[in-house]
Design a protein around this ligand. Structure first.
Ligand SMILES: C[S@@+](CC[C@H](N)C(=O)[O-])C[C@H]1O[C@@H](n2cnc3c(N)ncnc32)[C@H](O)[C@@H]1O
Length: 463
């Protein structure tokens, strides 16, 4: 390859993104196959499945755009369209380089391009798991002392390493799969379990016996995101990742921008308190004071700001009706020691636990119906009970839950003025409390922009 050949720019481009472990090499990949174009008069609109937005492309940008359309990868672009364009426009090496830089930043900024990296099996083993399922949460937590779980700790790796020759003997994966199939009727479970485990062995064999296992593995990129603490989190293909670890294969990984990575996690729940309404989560996603994804309740810091420091700092928080877990994360960010969220929707619990793979905080989540009293292994100090009472049949179950938690104080938020308030009087006047203090009105939501929710601090009677 001659040095005047613009195709070498891709290879010679220095790594720009900081490597968190030093194990990454960097390149960029256009996910051209995933784009669709729509003609709009003289304007093109492109749809990015990564950002889930449509981005208009002006006519001046069409020439740039041609770089991305139809190309499966930047590799193809360099070898094809980019090379031809640079040649057709008689670009000098410098011009071609500047064009490349501009193209790259435009592509990354608009979500057409994702950064791609190659992960060694060791780096894959350290990726944090972000794809929890309600059924296996307690299994994972008990085994891993929390839900900040590196892939090497999932039972898949142990299975492929030690049990693939006798796959139906008892092993951790067997217990994991049993829990995963908890919803399947008893009589059907053994057959489904066998089928699932046989499928895993088949998948392993397909890689192990492939003519070129690395080339086969290259067809399965991971989607990863950078966590605030510098670790990497992963959304998909955790089983294939376990095979890569056992066979010592590298994996391609597309490093999504933070909002795209989090967007993929929260896209799952299509229920009212998920992203169904206005395509927004109920709670905004914040980190360190910055709103990363806008939700219908963007006032989370403001609401937590109404909580006394002594009820938060170093305390164990119980969040009842926790939604995607933001009050748990932010409470820990603001100084709480740990937080536990209970939530009825399985989808939302999956999301809360998935987000924890990115936040990496001392938070746990569990699916629970607050109409029934909950029991706890550990005591709590402070309960959050925000905008949830009106969804319950009565206050009986949740009052017993508060009692069982051992907490000394409950922060209770009503619903907005026009909504059903639930068993409000019974709750506020419950014998459980020695005092109930009105603090202030909190924000309704970003649609109505009013302040009609009341926030109370209820002190639990001792003894
Ligand atoms: C209005 S949202 C409030 C979310 C969160 N507490 C906040 O204010 O930021 C109500 C939440 O309560 C949950 N929920 C409703 N009924 C429930 C039940 N029976 N048990 C547990 N959670 C419930 C909903 O799924 C939803 O996430």
């Amino acid at each position: 390859m001659s040095t005047n050949d613009p195709t070498i720019l891709a290879a010679s481009r220095p790594a720009t993104a900081e490597s968190t472990t030093g194990q990454f090499s960097h390149s960029y990949l256009a996910i051209g196959h995933a784009f669709r174009t729509e003609a709009h008069r003289d304007q093109l609109v492109c749809y990015s499945p990564v950002t889930r937005t449509k981005v208009p492309i002006t006519t001046e940008q069409i020439s740039l755009w041609t770089l991305f359309v139809g190309g499966a990868s930047v590799d193809a672009v360099w070898r094809g369209a980019f090379h031809q364009l640079a040649k057709a426009w008689s670009f000098s090496q410098d011009q071609a380089h500047a064009f490349f830089e501009e193209t790259l930043s435009l592509g990354v900024a608009n979500g057409f391009l994702v950064e791609e990296t190659i992960l060694s099996p060791e780096a894959v083993a350290e990726l944090r798991f972000c794809n929890h399922k309600v059924e296996v949460l307690s299994f994972l937590e008990e085994e891993n002392d929390g839900i900040d779980i590196p892939l090497r700790r999932l039972p898949h790796l142990d299975f492929f390493q030690n049990h693939r020759d006798q796959p139906h003997q008892t092993h951790r994966l067997d217990r994991y799969v049993t829990q995963l199939l908890a919803h399947v009727p008893d009589e059907e479970r053994p057959a489904q379990k066998k089928r699932l485990i046989d499928q895993l062995v088949g998948l392993y064999q397909a890689f192990a016996t492939a003519k070129d296992p690395q080339a086969k593995m290259n067809q399965y990129p991971l989607f990863v995101g950078r966590r605030p603490d510098g670790a990497m989190a992963v959304l998909n293909r955790t089983t294939i990742a376990a095979i890569a670890q056992v066979l010592g294969l590298n994996m391609r990984a597309q490093i999504l921008q933070t909002e795209d990575f989090l967007g993929e996690i929260i896209a799952a729940p299509e229920d009212f308190f998920g992203t169904l309404r206005d395509n927004q989560p109920y709670q905004s996603i914040f980190h360190d004071g910055v709103e990363l994804i806008h939700g219908r309740r963007p006032d989370l810091y403001e609401r937590l700001g109404m909580i006394r420091k002594e009820d938060l700092q170093g305390k164990a928080i119980l969040d009842l009706g926790c939604n995607i877990g933001m009050n748990c994360y932010l409470a820990v960010e603001l100084g709480a020691a740990r937080a536990f969220g209970a939530e009825y929707s399985e989808n939302l619990v999956n999301v809360a636990a998935g987000l924890n793979g990115w936040f990496g905080r001392n938070c746990r989540f569990r699916q629970a119906d607050l109409n029934e009293p909950l029991l706890f292994k550990e005591p709590y100090d402070t309960v959050f009970m925000f905008a949830v009472l009106g969804h319950l049949k009565s206050s009986v179950g949740i009052l017993q839950t508060i009692k069982n938690s051992g907490a000394g104080v409950v922060y209770f938020e009503t619903h907005r003025r026009v909504q059903y308030q639930g068993d409000l009087e019974a709750f506020l006047n419950a014998d459980l409390f020695e005092s109930t203090e009105f603090i202030d009105y909190s924000f309704d939501n970003s649609v109505t922009n009013e302040r009609t929710r009341r926030l109370y601090r209820c002190v639990v009677k001792r003894g």
